[in-house]
Design a protein around this ligand. Structure first.
Ligand SMILES: Nc1ncnc2c1ncn2[C@@H]1O[C@H](COP(=O)(O)OP(=O)(O)OP(=O)(O)O)[C@@H](O)[C@H]1O
Ligand SMILES: [Mg+2]
Length: 92
């Protein structure tokens, strides 16, 4: 959420930002802005969004990013509240 909001404040020029955090066993986080958006073809090796993806992957979750120029950005993340690793170790 911190990285998504930092990006919005740096680039989006958004009027509205919506943050939806929901779920229990599976935690879902949806962050949508209505700013300038960007072309997904221009996605580079920057640390920010790729860092989110890496951390979500590590938590065995899913990361979905959608944007088009002029159409804002939407980021949807889902991950299990208790990670596989912690479930495993608490079994013993
Ligand atoms: N909410 C947004 N609205 C408009 N453009 C965005 C938004 N989020 C990201 N971008 C664009 O996508 C690019 C990649 O974002 P990313 O967070 O991966 O890298 P960064 O912010 O440029 O660098 P870093 O996060 O490493 O400081 C940004 O440079 C910006 O052009
Ligand atoms: Mg960033």
């Amino acid at each position: 959420m911190q990285e998504a909001l930092t990006n919005i404040s740096k680039y989006a020029r958004a009027e509205n930002v919506s943050i939806t955090l929901s779920g229990n066993e599976i935690i879902s986080l949806l962050i949508v802005d209505d700013g300038i958006g960007f072309s997904m073809n221009a996605m580079t090796r920057n640390m920010g969004l790729n860092g989110i993806r890496d951390r979500v992957t590590f938590l065995q979750g899913e990361f979905e990013l959608a944007s088009k120029p002029g159409r804002g950005v939407s980021i949807h993340i889902e991950f299990p509240r208790v990670s596989y690793f912690r479930r495993r170790s608490s079994d013993y």
